[in-house]
Design a protein around this ligand. Sequence first.
Ligand SMILES: NC(=O)c1ccc[n+]([C@@H]2O[C@H](COP(=O)([O-])OP(=O)(O)OC[C@H]3O[C@@H](n4cnc5c(N)ncnc54)[C@H](OP(=O)(O)O)[C@@H]3O)[C@@H](O)[C@H]2O)c1
Length: 287
Amino acid sequence: MNNDFVTLNNGVTMPRIGYGVFRMTDAAACEEAVVQAIQSGYRLIDTAAAYENEEAVGRAIRRCGVPREELFITTKLWVTDTSYEGAKRGFARSLERLGLDHVDLYLIHQPYHDYYGAWRAMEELYAEGKVRAIGVDNFTQDRLADFLFWNKVKPAVNLLECNAFFQRENERTYLEREGIQMQAWSPLAAGQGKLFENETLCAIANAHSKSVAQVVLRWLVQRNIVPLVKSANPQRMKENLDIFDFALTDAEMQQIAALDTGHSCFGSRDTAEKVHAFLDAACSYQV
Ligand SMILES: NC(=O)c1ccc[n+]([C@@H]2O[C@H](COP(=O)([O-])OP(=O)(O)OC[C@H]3O[C@@H](n4cnc5c(N)ncnc54)[C@H](OP(=O)(O)O)[C@@H]3O)[C@@H](O)[C@H]2O)c1
């Protein structure tokens, strides 16, 4: 397996691993990190209107020295704009901030508000060639099943939290069956749960002379999941890409499977109170 591409359900190819910029709100630092990431070899950059760094990402794209057509740029529609009119407006603003004439992947960031209306607008943007693929983010299986039932254009991607402690095999097999590419956010659990000190992961890493981060990222790509990983450190950026010269055995894959807790590392929004608290926070700022 090489650091090449997966093919989405509309024929568009997408890199097997991406670089994410969530929480990089210092514009200069974000711009510099994205330039370094691209120069280290990343070709997929994952941002969002809500990350408030699309302008910095756009500057990095112009500065990095790699032609635009070799890059795969994702951005996302925020909850407050998740409606037909909102998606048109939100997309135009994202494009302007990025300084691009199209993006490669446009995702509905959260499964709330009028995401059916937003999808109509996204289908139009797709037909107009302003986005090469459209998809969803954080859509659990029950919501996605309903969504697929009523829509003609199938999402190309569903981006979900997925890491060694929250493995989502059930979601992965469902998405594979539907021909929807799964991406993983916080693939290293953002360092939660003492991931880097986990005994099982350390033993497997030692056996391959690799790091725990490399083992977890490799485990994701061997499950046909595209990880979006963040590091502000140039050394670790390169380390996280260097996962295509070794393979985990079936036994090692099973040992990692046994680490699944079945729970999010960041807390699920599984009650009305949690959803309302999230929506209150989501509406408290404009993107
Ligand atoms: N759509 C969504 O709802 C959503 C939600 C969360 C995240 N995301 C996407 O997923 C991306 C990644 O998620 P994330 O940033 O939460 O977490 P992550 O990639 O799982 O972990 C990042 C953390 O791990 C550290 N790290 C990275 N590589 C390392 C290595 N080789 N060894 C040791 N430590 C390492 C980083 O520190 P250093 O920077 O110091 O290396 C950082 O603290 C985001 O940037 C974003 O694009 C999407």
